[in-house]
Structure formats: structure tokens, C-alpha cells
Ligand binder design. Structure first.
Ligand code: ZN
Ligand code: ZN
Length: 409
């Protein structure tokens, strides 16, 4: 890939994504395979005025070896020093930049019980950090770059070098980062969300009915004073940022007690190195009452059964199938990209910003208002080219605003 385009992409992550300000601490998570790109991001962060940029190098292969070979009790605790490290960074108002390139199969075949146990203890230990990021007290941003294993998974028929090159092209195009001035392109992109958000936030539908040709037919109650979000975020100091690049979705939270019907996934879900495929769930009064998967049903069970909120919904997100990623008709095995190709739901925790003054509510108040709480938040795709979404008012009147996969508003 052209060095200039990579530099622009690194800059996009720093400037539009995390919106790094003068004097800030920046934390960059990056895979060792993409060290060159990680260094570009570090330089871009210093160019933007960061006072200190810490690198957190990751390695899929080392992670896998740890899951395969470490002593079993390792997976039942999360080191105190790691909690303290996060707390120190958060205290300093750090910006977190994540460069993702994980091999979707990195953890396949690893003991699912080790994964489940460690997910649980690490999520519990880092709850405060999650509260600060999901509540937009801190800014963060995620982009993706290719790794050899990931590129070969997406384009198995190409040579490794060709697969990586094609992956770069797809990722940059999907992230609207292949133009001359990606930061300016993102400002334009941001504006395109405004009219739809205004329409939906004004309507305050009581419920949505969503149907697809695959068999999804579900009614999702929406909480009173729910807020539709999309096209970026603003932190508590009023600094705008884009948590996800790409982002094509507009989303809100369903009422955790009011989902009824059947949801059939339209794409496999890559979760912790396992591909959950051919799956569906039935919801009764907000909770998964039955589920099945053709492949890796136990991984799906790990999400649903992690806690009370794991089997309830925390997000409904609508994506037009005219989005650049939707147009590529490619399965990326990566949530950041796949969730922006297609409408999706999330099992688990809801975003406080999806209800008015949600960040001022205690967890108990948030739950009482219809917000879901859980240790997990896992998006899965169920949108199709023939998806229809109808908004239902409390008095029963209906308005269809998404037809055959595209918005009619
Ligand atoms: Zn989403
Ligand atoms: Zn989500």
C-alpha cells in the first residue's frame, strides 16, 4: 500500500478518530505485525501535540500460546497492576487508539471455558474503564489494518501478498479513507447522518417492527426518551470524536424488557476467535428464550449466559445497504467492518447516551429506565437487502421508514 495513504490513514485515526489535543496522553494498541503502521500513528499523535504516546504491542500468536499453555488458574484473575495502569491513564484523560488486525481464527480450538472465565474476570476488573469509555468521558477510536492471516481468510484464493494489498484497498475504501483528504471527507460524512437522526429522535416511536426474508420478525420496544445516535460522538468536554472508523450506523437502545419475536442472523459472528454461524434466537419479554447455531453454538451460549444482561439486547443499529462496505458484499469476519455493512443488534450492555441524561443515572436507574447492563456488548448482523423497519407509535399508528434495505426518510 502507498506510504502516503497509510500516513493519511494514521492521521485520520489521530485527528478525526481520537481527536488528540495538545498535551494529552495517548495509548496506542497495535499488533506487532503492523509495527510500521503503529509507528506512523505514534508520530501522528506527537504531531497533533500529544505529550506522551504509549505503545501497547499485541500479538495473536502469543495470546494463543498463553490460552493453550498457561496454568489454568491464570484465567480466573485479572492482575491488579493492569487495573491500576488503566486507572492511572484514565485519570490523566488518556485517548485510546486501537489498530485492529486480528486473525479471526487466532483463538479457534482454544478451551472455550478458559476464554469464558478470563472474559468474565477481565470485564469485571475493568468495569470502571468501560464506564468511562462507553459513557464518552474518555475518547477512543478503532480502525482496522490487514494482517496476513486475516487477509488470507477474507481472500483465500489470492497469494498472501495480493490478499494483503486487496485488503488495504477494501479497508481504506470501507473507512472512507482512500481519498486525498480523508479528514475532510469524514466531516462531510458526519453531516449525512443529521436528517435521519432528527427524524427518528422527533418521532420517539414506542416500538420498531423489523422483518427480513431470512425469517426475522421481531418487535422491539423502545425506551421512553430514547436517543438515536450516529455519525460520531462528543465527549464530556465537548470534544468531538469518532469511536469507530468506519461508522455507517444509526443506533439506539431497545427496552431491555420488550423484545418479542425471532431474529435470524444474516452473517456469521466472529467472537473470540470462534466463528458462530447459522444462528438464530427467539426473544420473549426481552430475553432470549431459545437459540441455536449450526456452528459454535457453545460460543453463542457463552455470550447469552455470561450474566442476566447477556441474553437481552443493548443496541439496535440500522445501516443502509448502500454503504460502501455493504456494496463490497464481502464478509470481513471482523465486527468493525461487518457491523457497518448491515443492520445489527447487540447482546449485552446498552450505551447510556442512548437515553436522555443516561450518563447521570445509576446502574439501577438505567436498568429501571429500560437500559440493559452486562459484562458484554456483542454486535451481530441480521440486516438483509429486503429488510423492512416500521416505527410504531404508542397509539398504534405505523410508519415504515426503511424499505428493502434502504432508508425512505
Ligand atoms: Zn453498532
Ligand atoms: Zn455495538
Amino acid at each position: 500500500m502507498d506510504k502516503n495513504k497509510m500516513k493519511n490513514y494514521a492521521e485520520l485515526l489521530v485527528r478525526s478518530g481520537g481527536n488528540v489535543q495538545k498535551g494529552q496522553l495517548v495509548i496506542i494498541g497495535c499488533d506487532v505485525e503492523n509495527a510500521d503502521f503503529g509507528r506512523l500513528v505514534q508520530a501522528a499523535a506527537y504531531d497533533a501535540g500529544a505529550s506522551e504516546v504509549r505503545m501497547e504491542w499485541m500479538d495473536d500468536i502469543c495470546s494463543r500460546t498463553t490460552y493453550l499453555r498457561a496454568a489454568s488458574e491464570i484465567f480466573d484473575s485479572f492482575p491488579e497492576w493492569r487495573v491500576n495502569k488503566l486507572a492511572e491513564q484514565d485519570e490523566r484523560g488518556a485517548v485510546y487508539l486501537h489498530v485492529r488486525s486480528s486473525d479471526p481464527d487466532a483463538l479457534s480450538g482454544v478451551d472455550a471455558d478458559r476464554l469464558r472465565r478470563f472474559t468474565k474476570v477481565s470485564r469485571e476488573a475493568t468495569k470502571e474503564h468501560t464506564r468511562l469509555t462507553m459513557g464518552s468521558f474518555l475518547r477512543w477510536s478503532i480502525i482496522a489494518v490487514p494482517s496476513a492471516a486475516w487477509a488470507k481468510k477474507v481472500f483465500p484464493d489470492l497469494s498472501e501478498a495480493d490478499a494483503i494489498e486487496k485488503m488495504w484497498q477494501y479497508l481504506l475504501k470501507g473507512a472512507r479513507a482512500d481519498g486525498k483528504n480523508p479528514c475532510a471527507d469524514w466531516e462531510i460524512h458526519k453531516k449525512s447522518f443529521e436528517a435521519r437522526l432528527e427524524y427518528l429522535n422527533k418521532k420517539q416511536f414506542d416500538a420498531l417492527r423489523i422483518t427480513t426474508g431470512l425469517g426475522t420478525d421481531i418487535t422491539l420496544g423502545l425506551a421512553k426518551n430514547h436517543v438515536w445516535e450516529g455519525g460520531g460522538d462528543v465527549d464530556k468536554n465537548g470534544v468531538p470524536f469518532f469511536p469507530n472508523m468506519p461508522t455507517e450506523e444509526i443506533f439506539t437502545m431497545p427496552d431491555r424488557m420488550r423484545a418479542d419475536g425471532r431474529v435470524v442472523a444474516s452473517m456469521p459472528l466472529s467472537y473470540q476467535g470462534n466463528l458462530i454461524d447459522g444462528f438464530e434466537m427467539t426473544f420473549t419479554a426481552g430475553k432470549v428464550s431459545s437459540f441455536r447455531a449450526d456452528k459454535n453454538e457453545s460460543a453463542l451460549a457463552n455470550i447469552i449466559e455470561i450474566d442476566e444482561g447477556g441474553g437481552r439486547l443493548g443496541e439496535v443499529a440500522l445501516v443502509s445497504n448502500t454503504s460502501p462496505i455493504g456494496q463490497m458484499n464481502t464478509l470481513f469476519y471482523n465486527t468493525l467492518f461487518d457491523e457497518n455493512a448491515s443492520s445489527h443488534l447487540a447482546l449485552g450492555k446498552a450505551y447510556p447516551k442512548n437515553i436522555q441524561d443516561g450518563d447521570k443515572l445509576s446502574t439501577e436507574e438505567f436498568i429501571a429506565a429500560g437500559g440493559n447492563d452486562s459484562l458484554v456488548h456483542v454486535d451481530f448482523m441480521f440486516g438483509t437487502e429486503d429488510m423492512c423497519v416500521t416505527g410504531i407509535h404508542a397509539n398504534g399508528t405505523e410508519e415504515q421508514f426503511l424499505k428493502n434495505g434502504d432508508f425512505v426518510i
